[in-house]
Design a protein around this ligand. Sequence first.
Ligand code: AR6
Length: 174
Amino acid sequence: MNDKRLRAIRADITTLDVDAIVNAANSSLLGGGGVDGAIHRAAGPELVHECRLLGGCKTGQAKLTAGYNLPARHIIHTVGPVWRGGDNGEPDLLRACYRASLQLAVDHEVSTIAFPSISTGVYGYPIEQAAGIAVRTTSQCLESTESTVTEVVFCCFSESDLGVYEQCLREMAE
Ligand code: AR6
């Protein structure tokens, strides 16, 4: 299946002019390093004020805030699993992140959305496995629901990650 709504690019996710960007957050939702730190810096201090009211977020779940100073209207914060070898429910939890984020996107009538490569930085999830889950789960979600989403961008930070995502998209198209 060749889903034309999905594509991968190399970019800083904070610069993307989409309806919603997804943040690879931690369960406090109060900021951190990596893409989370970049999003908080670019959105500005009002973001953490809103996040404080949300009461955190469990692994595999997602919560939505405004985008503040970002071009994106919304930020969907999700908490990916920490990689502990792969036998501790990590694939199910990572799938749950994509599902929960896309459900929130539909609930808020989001049309264009960008995901970072959740869990594959500090949290150590192997990129090949994580990218496969990202691409397949997203495609399934768009197929199975009356989705408002017309475009999903997998926003990679490195050239090598982009290569992995492009390979996954090609494999799905075969
Ligand atoms: N735009 C797009 N992708 C980025 C950006 C950016 N500006 N910056 C980093 N990445 P990570 P995780 C990529 O570590 O593994 C935080 O401290 C990065 O290269 O940000 O889910 C949170 O608070 C990698 O490919 O998220 C949590 O404590 C991907 O984003 C913890 O890290 C994810 O790497 C979450 O760890």
